[in-house]
Design a binder for this molecule. Structure first.
Ligand SMILES: [Zn+2]
Length: 139
């Protein structure tokens, strides 16, 4: 999702693709990177926890979210006007998602978990840095 301007048709195709596949491809990128750089001790999914972290490290009580840049309002990827129509709608939707992310992180911390959020673009641009952030948090 790199282009800034989509035609109307293209945009709805993109939206459908994002909605349909959810977080799967970014989760997969994390798994590939974790294996490559020898990060162990993680488990997938945690439905009983606030916000359903994508990965958890049970022993260290570390919860990891891989946040899609679009839906979670990544400041680096979303700062330019990507949507010339319905801008208010998207703005509201994404800021709602961000507020929810903050709330869920706070709930996890209140339960004694530490939380790390990794942007989709970080994992794509520099998986080694993303994995290093996690392993640092485990120490
Ligand atoms: Zn981003």
């Amino acid at each position: 999702l790199t282009g800034d301007v989509f035609s109307k048709k293209k945009r709805s195709e993109v939206m459908a693709a994002i909605k349909g596949h959810g977080n799967k491809s970014t989760e997969l990128a994390f798994i590939v990177a974790a294996r490559k750089y020898g990060l162990h001790g993680w488990a997938r999914g945690a439905k009983g926890l606030p916000g359903k972290p994508d990965f958890i490290f049970k022993r260290s009580k570390l919860a990891v979210f891989i946040d899609g840049c679009f839906w979670h309002g990544c400041p680096r990827c979303n700062r330019r006007k990507r949507f010339h129509s319905n801008k208010a709608y998207w703005k509201q939707k994404i800021s709602g998602n961000r507020a929810r992310d903050r709330r869920k992180s706070r709930q996890l911390r209140e339960m004694g978990w530490r939380v790390r959020r990794i942007w989709e673009h970080q994992l794509a641009d520099s998986p080694v840095t993303a994995i290093a952030r996690i392993s640092k948090a485990l120490k």
